[in-house]
Design a protein around this ligand. Structure first.
Ligand code: 5GP
Length: 207
């Protein structure tokens, strides 16, 4: 069975990462894909549901998951723990499903070291002013949290150099096309195609 591809997507909060992933999943009908659900110690926002947006856990639970080596990566982001459990991704990839990780640059570096075939995508806002505007419009965070997220945005953006692909999310539809193209190109890589078309390739090479 052809293995799925792991796509790591990072961006400063408000760059439109979650909306793009969501829109991709809604439109695509060929390659099955899922978004990995992370564990976090941050409190749920009013619209968020346990096990749907995150697995919300306390510090003790998170630390015992670390001690049990349950995470493929974890990091401290905005004063809270965030982590991707191995079980969230292993089974799906083995079943041929593409998996999206919506994680920060620290997590991206850890995963890329362990899974070098993973494709990394960084989503940038068209400007800092637009980023702030989107965070305010989203209405999810207090003014204080927004100020903190804006402060962190530059630091996060500085890590764009390590990523395979960059998307400047100015026009949403264009960004969605770019994301779709990246996923398409990844599926056409020699290694993937060889796995998928092994029988055909054998047939083509035999007299
Ligand atoms: P938020 O609190 O807005 O949901 O997420 C804050 C940041 O944490 C985002 O940059 C998001 O990508 C990152 N994040 C979410 N889940 C994980 C995870 O499992 N691991 C890491 N390293 N970062 C994560």
């Amino acid at each position: 069975m052809q293995q799925g591809t792991l796509f790591i997507i990072s961006a400063p909060s408000g760059a439109g990462k979650s909306s793009l992933i969501h829109a991709y999943l809604q439109q695509q009908n060929s390659t099955p894909a899922k978004v990995s659900i992370s564990h976090t110690t941050r409190a749920p926002r009013p619209s968020e549901k346990q096990g749907e947006h995150y697995y919300f856990v306390d510090n003790n639970q998170f630390e015992s998951l670390i001690n049990n080596d349950s995470f493929v990566e974890y990091a401290h982001v905005f004063d809270h723990y965030y982590g991707t459990s191995k079980t969230e991704i292993d089974q799906s990839l083995q079943n041929g499903m593409n998996v999206f990780l919506d994680i920060d640059w620290q997590g991206a570096e850890q995963v890329k070291q362990k899974i070098p075939h993973a494709k990394t995508i960084f989503i940038l806002p068209p400007s800092l002013a637009e980023l702030e505007k989107r965070l305010i419009k989203r209405g999810q965070d207090s003014a204080q949290v927004i100020a903190k997220r804006m402060q962190k945005a530059r630091a996060e953006i500085a890590h764009y150099t390590h990523y395979d692909y960059l998307i400047i999310n100015d026009d949403f539809d264009t960004s969605l096309q770019s994301l779709t193209a990246i996923i398409m190109v990844a599926s056409l890589e020699n290694e993937k195609q060889t796995e998928k078309y092994r029988d055909l390739l054998n047939e083509l090479l035999n007299d």
